[in-house]
Design a protein around this ligand. Structure first.
Ligand SMILES: Cc1cc2nc3c(=O)[nH]c(=O)nc-3n(C[C@H](O)[C@H](O)[C@H](O)COP(=O)(O)O)c2cc1C
Length: 376
């Protein structure tokens, strides 16, 4: 097979390469409470049957991406939000064996896993899934997690320098037929070798969700799926952000990338019902202490932001890990997804507060309208 045929083969097995107008996925279904920092009953409490069920519901709707969160400790407060959760490569192997269609991701903090292990585990999941594996590369920002590994949280841009070598070594293991020595700044290896090769050739899909300048250049140059997080939800602002990312990849690196984002879904028979639900789990029952801990850890300049900006940010984190809000009746949810498509996104990861109940409701009452609207 020549390079083009190999690339085509990858497109056949992994749905992240399909031609649907708006691809869909789930986010954080491997973590306790999913993406909602709330104390209400009915949120995802993490155990294997629950996380597997969510993947299977997504699989039934032919979602393209099941993206887990890599997290080693939670954020305190009343809920210790995202404290309990499943490790993502082993989660991906179990999910791969329990689904038939969806792309199955592992999310990997670069310094916590040696590239030899990452390449070997990723290849194994690719075989279990029949060529549906994708690797989400993250460089980390939660210092207390790195303390658990006795590893330093390096200076921001150096984290991406390390990620370049890490991913380079993984791709070479996935691609090269001959043994090779690697002599990098961060990794030195001798007679590196990996067999069997992954099913996806030349290698499985690669995702990165870097938001900084350095992170965006890394993603545009080396990854297939990149993510934007919308600070403002104004249509033109959002579109500019998506267009700018695509342009960066095309102009600087001659590459076509997929641009995705993520959104939380709060739905009801009517707009009022959905808004009341939002008010209940966010304003009345949100775990604001855990949300403050999360935001102060993740956003370097959080403490210098005006209080109303900070409060708005925390609200979106409580509602769904800071994603784009999709709130309303089934028709309004579909309109929101249409808007995200018009902004220029290739795909959106979704999450729901009461993950299983709400996702089943979406499958029955909203998904048929998404299809009718021609988005899928
Ligand atoms: C969709 C999405 C998923 C992410 N998943 C994780 C994750 O599981 N673990 C993590 O530590 N960071 C995660 N991040 C954070 C990013 O990898 C990245 O560190 C963050 O956006 C800040 O960008 P920067 O690293 O370029 O500064 C995620 C971000 C997004 C938008």
């Amino acid at each position: 097979m020549n390079a083009k045929q190999l690339e085509e083969a990858r497109r056949k097995t992994n749905p992240v390469w399909n031609s649907r107008k708006l691809k869909l996925g789930t986010f954080g279904s491997n973590m306790d409470r999913g993406c909602a920092i709330s104390t209400i009953d009915g949120l995802l409490r993490i155990d294997w049957p629950s996380t597997r069920t969510l993947a299977q519901i997504a699989d039934e709707m032919q979602f393209e991406a099941l993206v887990p969160i890599a997290r080693w400790r939670g954020f305190g407060g009343e809920t210790n939000f995202n404290g309990p959760g499943f490790e993502t490569y082993t989660w991906a192997s179990g999910i791969a064996a329990s689904t038939n269609y969806s792309g199955v991701f592992a999310t990997s903090h670069v310094p916590t896993i040696h590239p030899m292990m990452a390449a070997k585990m990723g290849m194994t999941v690719d075989h279990i899934s029949g060529g549906r594996f994708a690797l989400n590369v993250v460089t980390g920002w939660h210092k207390s997690e790195f303390d658990m590994f006795g590893a330093p949280l390096m200076e921001h841009d150096a984290r991406y320098e390390m990620a370049i070598e890490w991913l380079d070594l993984i791709k070479r293991l996935w691609v090269e037929e001959e043994e090779f020595d690697y002599d990098g700044k961060y990794y030195q290896t001798k007679k590196s070798y990996l067999e069997p090769k992954p099913i996806q050739r030349p290698f499985p899909a690669i995702m990165n969700a870097g938001g900084s300048d350095k992170g965006q250049h890394f993603a545009a140059k080396y990854c297939d799926l990149v993510y934007v997080v919308f600070g403002s939800h104004d249509f033109d602002d959002c579109k500019r952000k998506v267009d700018a990312y695509r342009d960066l990849a095309r102009k600087e690196y001659g590459r076509d990338i997929q641009v995705w984002s993520y959104a939380y879904v709060v739905q009801g028979e009517t707009e009022k019902q959905a808004k009341d639900y939002f008010d209940f789990y966010v304003n009345q029952k949100g775990d604001w202490d855990a949300a403050s801990n999360l935001v102060n850890t993740m956003i370097a300049n959080a403490k210098t932001l005006p209080s109303e900006v900070l409060a708005e940010m925390k609200k979106h984190f409580i509602a769904g890990w800071g994603g784009y809000p999709l709130i309303g009746s089934p028709e309004q949810i579909v309109d929101g997804l249409q808007t995200l498509s018009k902004i220029g996104l290739d795909g959106v990861l979704l999450n729901w507060p009461r993950y299983e109940t709400d996702m089943r409701w979406f499958q029955k009452n909203v998904y048929p309208l998404v299809q009718q609207a021609g988005l899928r």
